[in-house]
Design a protein around this ligand. Sequence first.
Ligand code: PLP
Ligand code: COI
Length: 354
Amino acid sequence: MDIRIEKTTNPKQKPADETKLGFGHIFTDHMFIMDYDEGQGWHDARIVPYGPVELMPSAMVLHYGQEIFEGLKAYRTPTGDIQFFRPEENFKRMNVSAERLVIPKIDEKDALQALHTLVEVDKDWVPHIDGASLYIRPFIFATDPFLGVRPGDHYYFMIIMSPSGAYYSTGINPVNIYVETNYVRAVRGGMGFTKTGGNYAASLAGQDEAHKQNYSQVLWLDGVERKYIEEVGAMNIMFVIDGEVVTPSLQGSILSGITRKSALELCRKWGLKVSERRITIQEVADAYDAGKLDEVFGTGTAAVVSPVGHLKWGDKVMEIGGGKIGAITQRLYDTMTGMQYGKIPDDMGWIEKL
Ligand code: PLP
Ligand code: COI
């Protein structure tokens, strides 16, 4: 694929203090954009200065939400090299989302080329300190100026990038999570397994309620029986019950997380007992009461591996591991971030160098 590059004549000041990046506030100098037009396919790949996109008020995405996205990171190693963690998985999943939302698929090799070229152009924006990285957001949306409900004939595929620190302001410290019993996020047959804006829109009311009660994220239950555990707002969830790592199986309503998949592969390699199955919130509460809920943690690109300190279900507040990070959580965190930041060898074949 040919990518035209137009460099900015007005580069921005890079953040002076990388300990204060936060998440998703600052954007690099350039972005990738490519058009899709029915009959012509994907075309006109280009990297241009970061800035507004032209969109009609009637653009279909603004009305019916035909949009998908991904999230991945570029990491800087101690020797200054830049690398990615399983980036091909993100574009594979993007095409899974595309199919569900009737969005034209992208060529995964072209998308990887776009990723590499854009990061190369903006490589000085990849943070230098531990725990900070360049968060990368590929996304596709329908641009047709039309108010009828149908799949679009015109799309943009874009990639923007944001130097970021920890997703949660608590960093690696335990997050407090609230089990949502009123709202649901997704149901089987819906779009829960995709990364589309609508899933996140559906989650906002619950998240708002959680914040009011001083909880940082929502743990969703299944939309039918309201008892099986699904996932958290921006991460998958895992429990260590009596030494066994248990996580909800993929049944169409939750995202197939790349961090989830990697964590499970590591746990299996380490000889831990791992099970992907349906698990109810009652089972978790019973394990807690029996003193067998050893660890709870979330996994996600933005969140990495996040220990859960408190889990609130109705009136019941479970304090996990005395509010401290558990051994498996810590080992997963150290191993994954070690590989990502090039501090330990990648014996899984997960790292892709820029
Ligand atoms: N679940 C949801 C709803 C998410 O937004 C994310 C973040 O991408 C995840 C899970 C974790 O997925 P991954 O590990 O691929 O980042
Ligand atoms: C990610 O982890 O990449 C995500 O997309 C989470 C996001 C909703 C902030």
